[in-house]
Design a protein around this ligand. Structure first.
Ligand code: SAM
Ligand code: SF4
Length: 460
């Protein structure tokens, strides 16, 4: 059993002998966390052992403080774009797995991709996450590269897609290099579970059954020049404490080797999926209590890493977890190829949130958050290490909030429903005051005026 840089023995030993911290120990760690520099792996592991309500409340309050200090009250929005549900793997939790005969298979043509993208652009989206099953064999890379070209080529009314993140099968260093040259944003891949035996059980066949090949994908992506990688765990497959400890080992491995950790962490929980028993009966169900704890601890431990929550969660869970540190959410999502234009195929898993983009935005605004369509960092080359250099001293706030306000204003002007526009404009006005620097505030005002007059795509 070769588990690469995930030291299973260390985690097992730790979990066998450990006892929960007392309040004084938790408070000492949280004091350290409030310095906004992250905490050590050992400190994070102590917080992970907390099982007391009062302690959790303090952890959540600290996570909320850190989130507001670093990210302010803004939330980046994106939509997943499923292009193929063909798959050669047998992931037991997924409706797309090869032997599942309950779903209709479909791979979008470039023309069909264009139609889906037009529908998304018409709604006001600027970012997509390109998602695919793993059934395209040798053609997968060429198909994905064409799809990226197609997506970037769509210009519709007042909009276009400005950043494509991508969640597809792991590649070789050379193929990752080609993906990088195609101007992708983040390459995402979830380990699903870091626990070797569970991994083997959940992935009995196909390329994905190779634990080590999957685990080392981010190393190859970064060697291929991709600065921003996104990791993730599918919660429900194994003990979440093991998963978080292993995830921290993965993060530290990338930090040591490349000088920078992942750009984002995704935190999906298992959802029911057609034809999957495992999906409806998770072997290690993660309760809402634990889920909040996980998100808060990650925010505290790696404060500068984005955290992504998907449509899989209900509107209520989203609201609670956004306050704890989620920085990106999907909105108005469909998980079936063609779902935005014709809806003629099977979805990957059930969605907990069926609201349109405008409804999600209206809700977010109601809770005092600014939805952001900003793609400024990526387009200005502020990625990987450069992004972290900028983010760590807190400077990102100077760019992010003005850019969020400007891109949100553009959304309101061109796509917002009347009610959303009224609430959105009021929030923008209020948030302008939060910009700490007078010169940045003046620039933001200028951009907002120019967008009001019809200019587009302004960012710092
Ligand atoms: N095929 C690629 C892969 O497996 O990495 C990318 C696409 S796959 C559809 C994207 C992610 O969906 C997987 O990494 C997995 O975490 C998630 N997923 C699969 N089945 C799910 C379920 N029943 N509930 C929630 N998420 C699920
Ligand atoms: Fe295929 Fe990915 Fe689903 Fe596994 S999770 S069956 S690899 S689409």
């Amino acid at each position: 059993m070769n588990t690469g840089f995930i030291d299973h023995e260390r985690i097992f030993d730790y979990l066998k002998n450990v006892s929960p911290p007392d309040l004084a120990e938790v408070r000492a760690i949280l004091d350290h966390a409030r310095e906004l520099k992250g905490i050590s792996t050992e400190e994070a592991e102590r917080l992970l052992m907390v099982n007391d309500n009062e302690q959790l409340d303090e952890i959540m309050a600290t996570a909320n403080y850190i989130k507001e200090e670093i990210y302010g009250r803004r939330l980046v929005l994106f939509a997943p774009l499923y292009v193929s549900n063909l798959c050669n793997n047998e992931c037991l939790y997924c409706a797309f797995r090869r032997s599942n005969s309950f779903i209709t298979r479909r791979t979008l043509t470039q023309d069909e991709i264009r139609k889906d993208v037009e529908a998304l652009v018409n709604e006001g989206h600027k970012r997509v996450l390109l998602v695919s099953g793993e059934g395209l064999g040798e053609d997968a890379l060429e198909y994905s590269l064409k799809a990226i070209d197609t997506i970037y080529s769509v210009k519709k009314g007042n909009g276009e897609i400005q950043r494509i993140n991508i969640n597809i099968a792991p590649l070789s260093v050379e193929s990752f290099r080609r993906l990088h040259e195609a101007r992708i944003g983040t390459y995402q891949l979830f380990q699903e579970t870091y626990h070797y035996d569970s991994y083997k059980k959940m992935h009995p066949k196909g390329m994905k059954s190779n634990y080590l090949n999957h685990l080392t994908a981010m190393d190859r992506a970064m060697e291929g020049g991709i600065d921003d990688v996104g990791v993730g765990i599918l919660f429900g497959l194994y003990d979440h404490r093991f998963e978080i400890m292993a995830l921290l080992q993965h993060i530290r491995h990338l930090e040591e080797k490349f000088g920078v950790g992942p750009h984002t962490i995704s935190v999906p929980r298992l959802e029911p999926a057609t034809g999957s028993d495992v999906a409806s009966h998770p072997p290690f169900n993660v309760s809402d209590w634990d889920f909040k704890k996980i998100i808060a601890i990650l925010r505290i431990t790696v404060p500068y890493t984005g955290m992504i929550l998907s449509t899989r969660e209900t509107a209520e869970t989203r609201r609670e977890t956004i306050a704890l540190g989620i920085s990106q959410i999907s909105a108005g999502s469909k998980t079936n190829p063609g779902g935005y234009s014709d809806g003629d195929s099977a979805e990957q898993f059930s969605l907990g949130d069926h609201r349109s983009l405008d409804e999600v935005i209206s809700d977010i605004v109601g809770h005092g958050y600014i939805p952001s369509f900003c793609t400024g960092c990526y387009r200005m080359g502020r990625t990987g290490n450069d992004f972290m250099d900028l983010a760590k001293p807190g400077l990102i706030k100077h760019y992010c909030l003005p850019n969020a306000l400007t891109t949100f204003k553009e959304y309101l002007v061109h796509y917002g429903k009347p009610k959303t526009r009224v609430a959105g404009e009021a929030l923008i006005k209020k948030m302008l005051d939060d910009i700490p620097s007078e010169s940045v505030k003046a620039k933001a005002r200028e951009f907002l005026d120019r967008v009001e007059k019809g200019e587009k795509d302004l960012y710092l």
